[in-house]
Design a protein around this ligand. Structure first.
Ligand code: ADE
Length: 251
């Protein structure tokens, strides 16, 4: 049976899209996940929603227990994971409110637990990561976004930084030279762990700012991110409702 896990980022963890909503109190060998899992239906498909930063946004990017989050979703039977994230744009053509269906990441985090395999005593594990985002899920997200008339970019490379600080201008320019299209503080470790857990994973990033590389704009602030987010939150909800329904027909 299809069961779609949704990991909601800042402002994108609303559970009012679920019918017959129930709470699952999850615990894992890695500790508790960031939030309870809310389970319910979207158009008859089972969905599990987890708030990446906690329901009160109490966990900083470094504190988010990605291992517990992915493990808890697997335990709850997630067959697919869709993640949302706010991001800064590193390209002129990716404007505020645009969506990017990520196809690659660059990991610039430093202090995260990013594997379930801390020791090789039970066997050697080197997970393939050449293509960390599931192609079929990416296609469904792209098609759904296009049909909804959203401004969407079919691919893009995210660089995930440790945070919680934003980047310097030098870093922002370096990430552009490296080929990153957008920047955030969450995706890379989460994608790695979903791949290790063998759960097809895709992430849609919503651009909220131009980070700080653009000389004709003031550098990003948290207030700016929240305000762009709130304006576009409904688009994210619609995108998920449509995508979840499409995943069911795809199976
Ligand atoms: N999330 C949203 N905008 C961001 C930025 N500019 N840098 C890092 N994370 C972000």
């Amino acid at each position: 049976m299809i069961r779609v896990g949704i990991i909601g980022g800042s402002g994108l963890d609303d559970t009012d899209i679920l019918e017959k909503c129930k709470k699952i109190e999850a615990d894992t060998p890695y500790g508790p996940p960031s939030s309870d899992i809310m389970t319910g239906l979207i158009n008859d498909t089972q969905v599990l929603i987890l708030a990446r930063h906690g329901r009160k946004h109490q966990y900083s990017p470094t504190q988010v227990n990605n291992r517990a989050n992915i493990y808890a979703l697997k335990q709850a039977g997630a067959t697919h994971i869709l993640a949302t994230t706010a991001c800064g744009s590193l390209r002129q053509e990716i404007d505020r409110g645009h969506f990017v269906i990520l196809d690659q990441f660059i990991d610039f985090t430093r202090f995260r637990k990013n594997t379930f395999t801390d020791s090789f005593e039970q066997g050697v594990v080197h997970t393939a990561m050449a293509h960390p985002f599931d192609e079929s899920l990416r296609n469904v997200l792209y098609r759904s976004a296009t049909e909804l008339g959203l401004k969407v970019h079919g691919k893009g490379c995210v660089v995930t930084i440790e945070g919680p600080r934003f980047s310097t201008v030098a870093e922002s320019n370096m990430f552009r030279l490296w080929g990153a299209d957008v920047i955030n503080m969450s995706t890379a470790p989460e994608a790695m762990l979903a791949n290790e857990a063998g759960i097809p994973y895709a992430a849609v990033a919503m651009a909220t700012d131009y980070d700080c590389w653009k000389q004709d704009e003031a550098p990003v602030t948290w207030d700016e991110i929240l305000s762009v987010f709130n304006k576009n939150a409904d688009n994210v909800k619609q995108l998920f409702i449509k995508t979840v329904s499409e995943i069911t027909t795809m199976a």
